[in-house]
Design a binder for this molecule. Structure first.
Ligand SMILES: *[C@@H]1O[C@H](CO)[C@@H](O)[C@H](O)[C@H]1NC(C)=O
Ligand SMILES: *[C@@H]1O[C@H](CO)[C@@H](O)[C@H](O)[C@H]1NC(C)=O
Length: 384
């Protein structure tokens, strides 16, 4: 496997799924819970709402729209609207940030480019090039991480500098575009995005840069950022700096902590956000101990719980960071019935539950799909 700039191939992390375990108990998984819209939404490839039929045929004939090359890997929900990141791993992804509505039990869905078609144009650096992660904050602002690199699974092309763009969900207006050019290098591999508010209301973004073993910190008020290079111990034992997961945990008292780990290292670490924001991480990183497996961190509940699965395995676990980091505290909460793998676990605030975005992305990565990747947004039923 080659490691190309911006290559997200391993950011999702996969290996052949293991056989389903027999008789596993799903403590928090009750299939019959009465949600009127508890059926998953499933779709194949990607269907888009084009301005008109001629645009669609033009996109098709020019190779700008190839449905089977579309895959959603990250999601956010506000009310009944789902926002999806469609990274441009291959050619033919007409829009890299889209929205759609929750319509339970449907086998297709149509994407609306978000906020509009103009912002999806490849090669226009004001527009989005390849969105790999997205976050909705408490002010209904949608933040997206755009690596600027397209065709990462074919011939990667750096179209534009990497950036984070903030959009108001209420108006669809771009509020802010933060260039990460000065905080990255040509070898950077930006993978995950977190948005944090300091107690004084100051807004900060954190972006993981796996290749540079760094977390980029950007202070929106001051309009400046810096790079926190993590100690060597964080990547110790890592053959390659593959995937650097970051997850923001909120304590009841209002303080936040960033948990982080490389996919192929053996340990999990955390750091209080106040130290990250002030750039004084040295000597303050907490070593939480050995991971029992190669954990793929897939999200949080916007509180103290982290959701993860083991590499190549369909079972999703919840770990409340209030409890010690040990296997006895990892609760199985979800397993895809189709052996699909979850790439994001996201809160559904309206229904007070968690949802999971899953797909057969290992097949997509290996180009073993027929009409397109099969993607599904399901419900992680039960409490969380
Ligand atoms: C996440 O939790 C915080 C703290 O409880 C809350 O203020 C915020 O509204 C939550 N985020 C969203 C998107 O609801
Ligand atoms: C985590 O700890 C806080 C503070 O002790 C507590 O209020 C909260 O309920 C705990 N969360 C869970 C899920 O146990």
């Amino acid at each position: 496997m080659r490691f190309l700039p911006g290559l997200i191939l391993i950011a999702l992390s996969w290996s052949a799924p293991r056989a389903m375990g027999q008789g596993t108990k799903y403590g928090l998984w009750t299939p019959d819970r009465a949600y009127s819209d508890s059926q998953p939404i499933q779709w194949t490839g990607g269907q888009f709402e084009f301005p008109c039929a001629s645009t669609k045929s033009l996109f098709k004939s020019s190779g700008k729209y190839i449905s089977k090359n579309v895959i959603a890997t990250r999601a956010q929900l506000i009310g009944d609207t789902i926002y999806l990141a469609l990274p441009r791993y291959r050619k033919g992804v007409p829009a890299t940030l889209v929205k759609t509505q929750i319509q339970s039990g449907t086998c297709s869905t149509t994407f609306k480019p978000y906020p509009c078609w103009d912002l999806q144009e490849e090669g226009n650096c004001k527009a989005l090039q390849s969105v790999v992660d997205l976050v909705v904050d408490q002010n209904e602002v949608l933040w997206v991480l755009d690596t600027g690199i397209v065709n990462t699974l074919e011939t990667p092309v750096r179209k534009c500098p990497p950036k984070v763009v903030a959009m108001s969900v209420k108006t669809g207006k771009v509020l802010k575009s933060v260039s990460l050019e000065g905080l990255t290098s040509s070898s950077s591999r930006l993978q995950y995005l977190v948005v944090d508010y300091a107690p004084d209301g100051g807004c900060f973004i954190y972006v993981s840069d796996a290749a540079n073993r760094a977390i980029i910190v950007y202070n929106l008020q001051a309009d400046r950022g810096f790079r926190v290079v993590l100690p060597k111990a964080v990547s110790a034992g890592c053959r390659s700096r593959d995937v650097l997961y970051i997850a923001l945990i909120r304590r009841d008292c209002g303080s936040t902590e960033l948990y982080f780990t490389y996919l192929s290292t053996s340990k999990l670490f955390s750091l209080k956000s106040e130290y990250l924001r002030s750039g004084v991480a040295d000597g303050r990183i907490l070593d939480l101990g050995k991971k029992p497996s190669r954990m793929v961190i897939i999200g949080t509940d916007n509180g103290s719980a982290i959701f993860f699965r083991n590499e190549g395995d369909a079972e999703v676990y919840r770990w409340d960071t209030n409890s010690t980091f040990s296997e006895t505290n990892f609760k199985p909460v979800y397993r895809s019935q189709t052996c699909q793998l979850v790439t994001h676990a996201v809160p559904d605030y309206k229904r007070n539950t968690m949802r999971v975005l899953q797909s057969n992305f290992p097949d997509y990565m290996q180009n073993r799909i027929g009409c397109g990747a099969i993607q599904q947004l399901g419900l992680m039923q039960g409490c969380w």
